[in-house]
Write a protein that binds this ligand. Structure first.
Ligand code: ATP
Length: 417
């Protein structure tokens, strides 16, 4: 249809791309046609976001490797949690609130709880917000202040015309806002992502239902890896990396390289298990305070007869695992780095543990890392295991039965263990 518009209203095919761009902002096809009929190509580029008329969503590109995140968006970037629910664009005009789906359908009636929360907790008269609605229950467990995410399938129970109120109770939701597109008469589409996020934070009064997408801003890929692992631990499926560049505008209707997605399934090139010795423990920090935290784990360097750190494991533990590990480790806590262990100063754990307990860990990539000491040469980089996940305690394995440096090197070079 948009192609036909190009010929019909401009007499030339060459305007198709521009017409498509205009449609991303002016999704009312009648209005688009009228304007083109009246002004011809001059109408293009004049469209702006309008209250009550959703723009097409900006989408993220996928990358093939974790390093590609750095290649595509070098330096400082934001990593946001990626919520698996329904994309929603919320338009608030005073008391009137409308919610639109990614397919631009009006889904307001399905979410009376969200509408009510927006009326109360969004501190602007006229505003357009972009986010994801998820099946979510706040602070379910006593020790879990961040709440619990449920599957997309569960959210789909809310897709109904009848008994909406009943299902609002059966399936509570939260909206995680990650963008703002319009404020009090002004389009924000051309503002940079850091500017938009700062404005967004001012206008969302967080509550059980209204949340801001959790994120970190960093230029350190390892921190992003930790953030990704934490996201998986919360049963999220990944993260979205966002450019902080001056030109990081909101590209309506585009699958943009300014946003990259990284999901659990992309990381599973290799699925190999490793038996590792625990040599330290970190406490849960920030929102994970009070949680189990993570374990610093080592492989055996057979030649040097010492344990060299290889990874930090923070996911995959059940509550029982955590309790058992804590109680087993309590007998091996010491006040300094154990003699037969090599740890980089940047990785010093909160608690040092004499190597004794062996755990089995699933991992999906071996990379060079300045943080770990496994096989570290003169260049000061060691080998590290990416995306580790705890599987079980190996009571049956002794310290000298664990994965060795030779095995890790073989695996890295594709020779297998
Ligand atoms: N923090 C976030 N920032 C941007 N998008 C997010 C965020 N959290 C969740 N999303 C959602 O993630 C979607 C992209 O993830 P995914 O690849 O799983 O979805 P898809 O429908 O298969 O692909 P796509 O939406 O990219 O076409 C976005 O369209 C958006 O709805």
């Amino acid at each position: 249809m948009l192609e036909a518009f190009s010929i019909a209203f401009t007499g030339d095919e060459k305007y198709v791309v521009k017409i498509k761009e205009s449609y991303s902002v002016c999704t009312d096809i009648g209005e688009l046609a009228e304007s083109l009929a009246e002004h011809g190509p001059k109408a293009l580029g004049r469209f702006s976001i309008k209250l009550g008329r959703p723009v097409r969503s900006m989408l993220a590109q996928r990358v093939e490797t974790f390093e590609e995140l750095e290649e595509r968006i070098p330096g400082k970037k934001a990593a946001e949690e990626k919520y698996d629910g329904e994309r929603v664009q919320i338009h608030k005009n005073g008391e009137e609130v409308k919610a639109f789906s990614r397919r631009l359908e009006d889904i307001t009636a399905q979410y009376p709880d969200v509408v009510e929360a927006v009326r109360k907790g969004i501190l602007a008269e006229k505003i357009v917000l972009d986010g994801e609605i998820v099946a979510y229950v706040e602070g379910r467990k006593a020790d879990d202040s961040t709440g619990e995410f449920y599957s997309f399938q569960r959210l789909m129970k809310r897709r109904r015309k009848y008994e909406v109120q009943k299902y609002a109770e059966i399936c509570p939701v939260a909206v995680f806002f990650f963008d703002i597109l319009y404020l009090e008469g002004n389009s924000l589409l051309k503002k940079s992502y850091p500017e938009r996020r700062a404005i967004l934070e001012k206008y969302v009064k967080e509550s059980e239902i209204l949340r801001l997408a959790r994120r970190i801003v960093t230029d350190n890929l390892e921190e992003i890896e930790d953030f990704f692992n934490e996201a998986l631990e919360k049963k999220l499926e990944g993260i979205i990396i966002k450019s902080m560049d001056r030109n990081s505008i909101y590209e309506a209707g585009k699958r943009s390289w300014l946003w990259l997605k990284w999901k659990e399934e992309y990381a599973s090139g290799m699925r190999e298990t490793f038996d590792l010795a625990i040599v330290g423990k970190y406490y849960g920090r920030g929102k994970r305070k009070g949680s189990f935290g993570s374990l610093l784990c080592a492989i055996l360097n057979e030649e040097e007869q010492r344990f060299e750190t290889f990874t930090k494991v923070g996911t995959g533990f059940t509550e029982e695992d955590a309790k058992e590990i804590d109680s087993l480790l309590s007998e091996h806590i010491i006040s300094e780095v154990p003699k037969n262990v090599l740890i980089k100063s940047r990785m010093l754990p909160d608690i040092f543990v004499e190597p004794s307990l062996v755990i089995e860990v699933l991992g999906s990539e071996i990379t060079e890392s300045p943080s770990h000491t496994a096989g570290q040469g003169k260049g000061n980089t060691g080998l590290a295991l990416r995306f580790p996940r705890f599987l079980r305690i190996r009571h049956d394995k002794g310290l000298y039965d664990i994965t060795t440096l030779t095995e890790v090197r073989n695996l890295k070079e594709g020779r297998g263990i």
